[in-house]
Design a protein around this ligand. Structure first.
Ligand SMILES: Cc1ncc(COP(=O)(O)O)c(C=O)c1O
Length: 398
């Protein structure tokens, strides 16, 4: 008997750094956990979204069109016209989360063996989407010390090979909290155009910013054929489980192929699209409330972090994550020690180990990512626990 073999693509899949510790956490139900490791907001999903689903009244739950129900595509086009005036339904495909939009984008622009550039540290699941598309993620190094800024064009040029097909980045950044403004986007798009590559702008955190709004890649009319924008209901509307996202591009040839990819999986769920219709009709002050909530949380988190000796960070300008550089020998071991051994008055915390956000894990060796997804008092307590944990950790370095 010969054993069947799996593909190299799946054998090479990374285990999610974020979910890795969850199994251990589940073994200790009596501990009060402060979970700042995942990007799952605890803000209630707005009532109109839930009501739209309750009120959904059909006799047959049928397949829908591959690129989404016309009303949702229209509403999404209207919403995104704020950044790209005149955007039409044909420029929007409705997808099963931003995740599927990313998978479609990677699949549409890469052949097996092609490369996608990404400023590092980056959202870990880009690795998985690239593997499934047969492509490779090629990191561009950025540093906490200078706010994870993009390197010069000359340095970026050194990362381009004949197999480079696209650059992907999240703006605002997960895990960095960095925001690219107009100048950076302008430079990046001009650079990508010069190299003839696609720009996959992952803007799922676009509405969460604290000083200057991020510039959307959709704003650049003259780069219309190069830009693929990713959006999602997950973070903006605290509706991660709705699994509803958008792929937006004015590149007609690309959108025709995205439609075909959509046909292969039939259509996005009609029920989830009810969430989208309600979400896209929310008034402008909803977005202001969301921003104010995360601003308060990030302020609380950063104030608490600033009191911990030996911890360095870059204050997030958007999204709700911060990378912390810790005085430890190995962040992966420290994160595991937290969930397995550290307890204070029956409480402990879960952080996401930094190495998982780097292609070369040694680069994030002393870093962890924390997410401001809890109430302010809980975030303060979580950072107090981090301080106490660092004080008693055997592998502390300074
Ligand atoms: C940067 C980034 N892009 C995409 C996603 C996926 O979002 P969705 O829930 O819409 O699939 C996430 C989720 O955490 C994310 O952080």
């Amino acid at each position: 008997m010969t054993a069947p073999t799996l593909s190299d693509r799946v054998l090479g899949l990374q285990e999610s750094a974020i979910r890795k510790l969850d199994l251990t956490v589940a073994l200790h139900p009596n501990v009060r956990w402060f979970r700042v490791n995942i990007g799952q907001p605890d803000i209630p999903t707005p009532r109109p979204l839930l009501e739209a689903v309750h009120n959904w009244d059909v006799s047959v739950v049928s397949y829908g069109p591959a690129s989404g129900i016309p009303a949702v595509r229209q509403a999404a086009a209207k919403y995104h016209s704020r950044w790209s005036p005149g955007l039409e339904s044909k420029h929007v495909a409705v997808t099963q989360g931003g995740s599927e939009a990313l998978l479609f984008a990677f699949t549409a622009v890469c052949d097996p063996g092609d490369e996608i550039l990404v400023p590092e540290p980056y959202y870990t699941n880009y690795n998985g989407f690239a593997s499934v598309a047969g492509a490779k993620v090629h990191p561009i190094a950025t540093k906490l010390e200078n706010g994870f800024a993009l390197p010069s064009d000359e340095e970026m040029d050194t990362y381009v090979t004949p197999r480079t097909r696209a650059i992907v980045f999240s703006n605002p950044g997960n895990p960095t909290g960095a925001v690219y403004g107009k100048e950076e986007l302008e430079r990046l798009l001009a650079w990508a155009k010069r190299h003839g590559i696609f720009v996959i702008a992952d803007e799922v955190y676009r509405r969460i910013w604290f000083t200057e709004p991020p510039t959307s890649a959709l704003e650049f009319e003259d780069a219309r054929d190069h830009v693929i924008c990713i959006d999602s209901l997950s973070k903006t509307y605290s509706a991660c489980g709705a699994r509803l996202g958008f792929l937006i591009s004015r590149n007609a040839q690309l959108m025709e192929k995205i439609e075909r990819l959509g046909q292969a999986r039939l259509g996005p769920q009609p029920l989830a699209q009810q969430f989208a219709l309600a979400a896209l009709s929310l008034p402008a002050d909803y977005y202001e409330e969301v921003r104010a909530t995360y601003r308060r949380r990030v302020d609380a988190l950063m104030n608490a972090v600033s009191k911990i000796e030996g911890v360095r960070t870059h204050r997030p300008e958007g999204a709700f994550y911060a990378m912390l550089d810790l005085p430890v020998d190995d962040a992966e071991t420290f994160a595991r020690w937290l969930v397995e051994e550290f307890r204070h008055e029956g409480e402990s915390l879960v952080v996401a180990p930094g190495p998982g956000f780097y292609s070369d894990p040694s680069l994030g060796r002393t870093q962890v990512r924390v997410a401001a997804v809890l109430r302010e008092a809980d975030l303060r307590r979580a950072m107090e626990l981090l301080d106490l944990a660092l004080a008693s950790y055997p592998g502390r370095t300074v």
